[in-house]
Design a protein around this ligand. Structure first.
Ligand SMILES: [Fe+2]
Length: 494
C-alpha cells in the first residue's frame, strides 16, 4: 500500500509518498526539479523519484477544490470550471501519470493538522493551524487523538477568510517593498532593526483590527494595503510593529487553544508557524511543542497522505527528497573549511521543507568578524540578515538560551539568545538571537561532520545556509551543484 499525497496548483507544489507501514519513503518540492522557485505545478521528473518502481495505490489531495473555488469567487478571483474536483486538478497536475488510481480530497486545514499531529511524538494533542488562505479557514484549533490506531480530529474553533493573520503579515510585507507569500522571512529579520516601532502598534491595531480576541480585521487585506500607508515611517519600524501585532494575535490564538484544556501538547502548523521569532514564546502556553519542519502548504502533501493512511507516521528527519548517493564527505568538508573557511555540501537525500539542514548546505567556519561578509558575497543577500548556526546538541546550551518546550530543535524553527555574540557575530542577529539548529547523536552526515570539526577545532558549531544560486530553489542534484561551483568558485562536496 503506497499513498501519494499531493499539494499543488497554488504555490510551492509538493508530493509525499507514505508506505503501508507509515514510513515516509519520499517527500519533495516541485521547485527543486523545475528550478522555478515556489513552482505551483508538479514537475514530471519528480514522478520518477517518488515511485522508484513502487505502485501507487491511492492519491490524496490536500484540499477540496470546489470549496476553494467558491472562496475565490467570493474574493473576486473568478472561478475555473475545469478545476472543481480533485480528479480534475490532478489530471492537469499529473500529466497522464497515475491514471486510474483512486483519489480522495481532504480539507486544507485538516491536511495541515494531520501533517503536524500524525508526525508528532504525541498520542493526544491540541493542534493549531494558522496560515494565509486556503479554502475558507485561516485559523483552526483541533483536539486530536487516536481511536483504535486512527487519528481523529475534533474542530474546537476556527476563523475564516478574510480575517487572516497570514494575509495581514503578507500585506505588510508587500507594503515595505518585499514579495508577499515569499519574503515574509525577510520582514521578520528586518523587524529587529525597528527600534522606534512600539509607538506604531496602537495605530496598526486601530487601522486594521476589529477584535484582537476574535482575530477579526476591519478590512480585507487579500489585495494588500495602501502603498502610502505610514509613508513617513521606515520599513524597519513597520516590520517591527507588524511583528509585534502578529505575535499578539498568535498568542491570543494559543491562549484560546490552551483554554480548551484538550492537551498540554501543541502541534502548530500553517505558514505562520515558520515565524521562528514568534515561536520562542510558545512554551508559555503549552508544555510540549512540535512543529513539523515543513508546516506550510507543501507540507500538506504529507498531511493529505497521512489522513488517507490514518495512523501515526514515522518522521525521523527531513532528508526525504532526491538522493545524491555516496558516503557523506566529512573529511573533504573539514579540509575545505580549515583551508578556505567556506564550502558546499550536496550529499544524501535533499531536505523536505524550506531550510537546508546539512545535505544541501553552504557551510562556513562561524568564528570571527569577516565570515558573514564572505558568505553574503556568495549569497548576495541583504547585509543585515544573519546566518543560522548548526551545533552539536550536547554543547548547544553553552552558546545559546534555547526556548523550553520544543520536542526537537533540529529544524531551525525557533530563535534563542546567543551567549557569545562576540565570538560568533556571523550567526547572531542584531537583537542578540540566533535561529538554532541542534544536531543530536543520530548518525546523520551533518552529525558526523560536526563531531569531526569539533575534534579538530574545539568549535562544536558551523554556519549553515541553503545551497542555492541566487533567485533559484535549493540545489537538488549534482548538476545543480556543478553549476553552483562554476558560478561562485566554491567547492561543493558530494
Ligand atoms: Fe495553508
Amino acid at each position: 500500500m503506497n499513498i501519494l499525497g499531493i499539494s499543488a496548483g497554488f504555490h510551492d507544489a509538493a508530493a509525499t509518498v507514505i508506505d503501508g507501514h507509515g514510513e515516509i519513503v519520499y517527500a519533495s518540492h516541485a521547485e527543486r526539479y523545475s528550478k522555478i522557485k515556489n513552482d505551483p505545478n508538479l514537475h514530471p521528473t519528480m514522478f520518477w523519484d517518488l515511485t522508484e518502481g513502487r505502485h501507487i495505490d491511492h492519491i490524496a489531495y490536500y484540499e477540496t477544490p470546489w470549496k476553494k473555488q467558491l472562496r475565490q469567487l467570493y474574493s473576486g478571483q473568478g472561478i475555473e470550471w475545469s478545476q472543481l474536483t480533485a480528479r480534475q486538478v490532478l489530471k492537469k497536475q499529473l500529466q497522464g501519470y497515475f491514471t486510474g488510481v483512486p483519489v480522495s480530497a481532504h480539507s486544507h486545514h485538516m491536511s495541515h493538522a494531520a501533517a503536524g499531529f500524525q508526525t508528532s511524538p504525541f498520542k493526544r494533542a491540541t493542534v493549531v493551524v494558522i496560515d494565509a488562505i486556503g479554502e475558507w479557514d485561516t485559523i483552526s484549533i483541533w483536539g486530536a487523538h487516536y481511536v483504535n490506531g486512527r487519528a481523529q480530529y475534533h474542530k474546537l474553533w476556527g476563523q475564516q477568510y478574510p480575517h487572516s493573520i497570514g494575509l495581514f503579515y503578507s500585506a505588510m510585507t508587500d507594503r515595505i517593498g518585499l514579495r508577499p507569500m515569499d519574503e515574509e522571512y525577510i520582514t521578520m529579520g528586518m523587524s529587529a532593526y525597528g527600534r522606534q516601532a512600539p509607538r506604531l502598534v496602537p495605530a496598526i491595531r486601530r487601522d486594521f483590527l476589529q477584535s484582537v480576541n476574535q482575530v477579526e480585521f476591519c478590512q480585507n487585506l487579500h489585495a494588500g494595503i495602501d502603498p502610502d500607508y505610514m509613508s513617513e515611517e521606515t520599513p524597519e519600524d513597520i516590520a517591527n510593529a507588524t511583528q509585534i501585532v502578529t505575535e499578539e494575535l498568535i498568542y491570543t490564538v494559543m491562549q484560546r487553544a490552551r483554554d480548551f484544556g484538550w492537551s498540554s501538547n501543541l502541534c502548530y502548523m500553517g505558514g505562520v508557524a515558520l515565524n521562528c521569532l514568534a515561536n520562542r514564546n510558545l512554551s508559555e502556553y503549552f508544555e510540549n511543542v512540535w512543529i513539523m519542519p515543513n508546516p506550510g502548504d507543501a507540507g500538506s502533501s504529507l498531511g493529505a497522505a497521512a489522513l488517507a493512511w490514518g495512523g501515526p507516521v514515522n518522521f525521523t528527519n527531513a532528508f526525504l527528497g532526491r538522493d545524491i548517493p555516496g558516503a557523506y564527505p566529512v573529511d573533504d568538508i573539514v579540509n575545505s573549511l580549515l583551508h578556505d573557511k567556506i564550502c558546499g555540501v550536496a550529499s544524501g537525500r535533499a531536505e523536505f521543507g524550506p531550510r537546508a539542514l546539512g545535505n544541501r548546505s553552504l557551510l562556513a567556519d562561524p568564528r570571527g568578524p569577516d565570515i558573514k561578509d564572505r558568505v553574503n558575497e556568495i549569497k548576495r543577500r541583504q547585509q543585515f540578515r544573519p546566518f543560522a548556526p548548526v551545533v552539536l546538541e550536547e554543547y548547544a546550551d553553552l552558546y545559546f538560551d534555547i526556548p523550553d518546550g520544543f520536542c526537537d530543535t533540529s529544524y531551525m524553527q525557533v530563535v534563542g539568545r546567543c551567549r557569545r555574540p562576540d565570538l560568533f557575530p556571523a550567526i547572531t542577529h542584531v537583537d542578540g538571537t540566533s535561529r538554532i539548529q541542534t544536531v543530536p547523536a543520530n548518525g546523520t552526515g551533518i552529525r558526523r561532520l560536526l563531531e569531526k570539526w569539533y575534534k579538530q577545532t574545539g568549535c562544536p558549531m558551523l554556519l549553515n545556509t541553503s545551497l542555492n544560486i541566487r533567485g533559484e530553489p535549493m540545489v537538488n542534484d549534482r548538476t545543480d551543484a556543478d553549476r553552483f561551483e562554476q558560478l561562485y568558485g566554491v567547492r561543493v562536496h558530494s
